[in-house]
Ligand binder design. Structure first.
Ligand code: ATP
Ligand code: MG
Length: 568
């Protein structure tokens, strides 16, 4: 079905897969397996949705079944066609092709007919009370529910009023259709839930046709049944809705065994938020630069930041499904990203905070110009097929400010006065002099190179402890780099005050404007990720030339957390 089949782990076992095995054995669905991914088109997909997507598609694929995309578009006030398109695009990027695309709004007619059926069976009634009043009457645990004074209307009255609700004769909020179940039920969802509310709003697909809209509960299981879904997987907060899901389906004349709902834990990550509402607030308040700001966990932001779709799929497969909510360390996700990029990203050299290095004994050619050398560097040690590239090298280079210290502290083995280091793939150089500005800040480091050490090895076998990267000054390309830190300082944003914004990291982005890139970085395609040697993985911006976003650093923070006995 998708390339994800290749990623799939056949040996996987968990309570959902056990259920599928049991259903297969009992022929509950005559061997059919069908799932669906049901986003509401009111925002962009995020990493949490990716978990649901991967699970829905994996369950279908592993069982030679089908998985549909269904837009759960029952609430016209927040939904928009632009989200529909974005979700389709993000899903494709993540590597999944739905077997069919449906909309809950496709079923509005059928849902209406079925609602009339429930009314005629005496199982639904029109209530004239306000939403607040109805909510209050529901009671709570240990608090009895109060029956609506409209609960015992005749079927005829209910049918007539429901028809008039649909015809737009009443204003929003004045009436709802409710299922007639049990106002003393221990499960609050079963205390005469609302099936329809009046909304005088234009729907992005059905326009002004409808004046009433079904609730999630009255649409979801019915949509599943209409499409032939067998296993309806959703997140734990819907556990209590399952009884209602089953109850509605039990009242309807279905030709096939009803689908059933199984829940799994939402994916949450440390240092970020995965709720559309909270993400929207960050975007609306200008905390970030839009839905694809690389600091967000939306799929478009992760894509822009350079996260490979495969790494996200592998992460989702690895964390698996669970019945209890848990927050995963963001370092674990990053570790999957790093593993994938290590295999796929070409190595390049870039200097982010440049300091000039002058080789004072660099030769000149016959016309007195500095000799132009060319070093041959391997593109990707993990993939021989990527070959090598030529990188210009001459007597004036850029190195990182960090790679030189006037007074090196203990264990600092990089460049310092009198010290020899290796220029990666170049030569060994020894620092002979330093030019400083008025404040004593080094502005130019003078070195002598050893011509016998081309490639970085000394014929006499002498060792140097440090290798640093460089960019040839005469051929350097200028560009910028955006460095990202966690968007939230704390692991659990908002856990103290209830508002994640209180834990925002004010320094989550630093943009460096005058970076020096090796010439090959001019040819990186938009969105492509490369490794800047020693610095990390960086994704070329999709719009602006020579702007790179730091995807992730090189150090495996997850391994470090594991060693410390931390990590969840
Ligand atoms: P939010 O609370 O962010 O608005 P939602 O659940 O309302 O999320 P939907 O668009 O309705 O978002 O979700 C579509 C599907 O994705 C549902 O099956 C939902 O359970 C699942 N989903 C949403 N968020 C997560 C998450 N964090 N982890 C796992 N699955 C999720
Ligand atoms: Mg939802």
């Amino acid at each position: 079905m998708t390339e994800d089949e290749l990623d799939g782990d056949e040996s996987k076992s968990d309570y959902i897969r056990d259920l599928l095995l049991a259903d297969a054995a009992s022929e509950r669905f005559q061997g059919r397996v069908q799932t669906r991914f049901p986003p509401e088109p009111n925002g962009f997909l995020h990493i949490g949705h990716a978990k649901a997507v991967c699970l829905d598609f994996a369950i279908a694929t592993e069982n030679q079944g089908r998985c549909n995309l269904r837009f759960d578009d029952t609430n016209p006030s927040t939904e928009d066609v632009s989200y529909v398109d974005a979700i389709i695009e993000d899903l494709a990027w993540l590597g999944f092709t739905p077997d069919a695309v449906h909309h809950s709004s496709d079923y509005f007619d059928q849902l209406y007919t079925w609602a009339e059926l429930l009314i005629s069976k005496g199982l639904a009634y029109v209530d004239d009370q306000s939403a607040d009043h109805i909510a209050e009457q529901r009671g709570g645990f240990g608090r009895p529910g109060i029956e609506s004074p409209f609960r015992d209307r005749t079927k005829e009255t209910n049918l007539e009023l429901f028809g008039r609700m649909c015809a737009g004769e009443f204003t929003a909020g004045t009436r709802v259709l409710r299922a007639k179940i049990d106002m003393q039920h221990e499960n609050m969802q079963m205390r005469d839930p609302v099936m329809y509310r009046i909304r005088d709003e234009r729907h992005h697909r059905t326009g002004d046709t409808w004046k009433i809209y079904p609730t999630y509960d009255w649409a979801h299981g019915q949509g599943d049944a209409i499409e032939g879904v067998t296993h309806s997987l959703c997140t734990l907060e819907f556990s209590d809705n399952r009884a209602l899901y089953d109850w509605y389906l039990a009242q309807l004349p279905l030709d096939t065994p009803p689908p059933y709902q199984t829940e799994f834990a939402r994916l949450e990550l440390t240092h970020t938020v995965t709720s559309k509402r909270q993400l929207k607030k960050l975007v609306d308040d200008g905390v970030v630069d839009g839905w694809d700001d690389p600091r967000l966990p939306t799929l478009r932001a992760l894509r822009r930041r350079g996260y490979p779709a495969k790494a996200i799929r592998e992460f989702c497969g690895f964390i698996g499904v669970a019945r209890t909510n848990a927050r995963h360390d963001i370092e674990l996700l990053e570790s999957f990203v790093r593993t994938e990029l290590n295999l796929s990203a070409s190595r390049r050299m870039a200097v982010l905070n440049p300091l000039k290095l002058v080789i004072t004994n660099w030769p000149t050619d016959s016309s007195g110009e500095p000799f132009s050398d060319v070093r041959n560097l391997v593109n990707n040690p993990e993939n021989d097929a990527e070959g090598s590239r030529e990188v210009p090298f001459s007597g004036e280079l850029w190195i990182e400010q960090d790679d030189f210290k006037m007074d090196p502290p203990p264990k600092y083995f990089r460049l310092a006065p009198g010290r020899e280091v290796r220029l990666r793939g170049g030569y060994l150089v020894t620092c002979t002099d330093v030019v400083c500005d008025d404040e004593g800040v080094p502005v130019e480091v003078h070195c002598e190179y050893d011509p016998e050490t081309a490639g970085g090895a000394a014929p006499d076998g002498r060792k140097v402890k440090a290798t640093i990267h460089w960019v040839d000054a005469a051929n350097a390309v200028d560009g910028s780099v955006a460095l990202y830190e966690r968007l939230f300082k704390t692991q659990l944003p908002g856990s103290e005050t209830g508002d994640p914004v209180d834990d925002l990291n004010e320094d989550s982005r630093e943009v460096l404007q005058h970076c020096k890139f090796e010439p090959a970085l001019k040819d990186v395609a938009p969105g492509q990720v490369v490794q800047f040697e020693r610095l990390g993985y960086f994704a070329a911006d999709t719009d602006r030339d020579l702007l790179f976003h730091r995807t992730v650093g090189l150090r495996d923070e997850w391994a470090r957390l594991q060693k410390q006995g931390g990590g969840s």
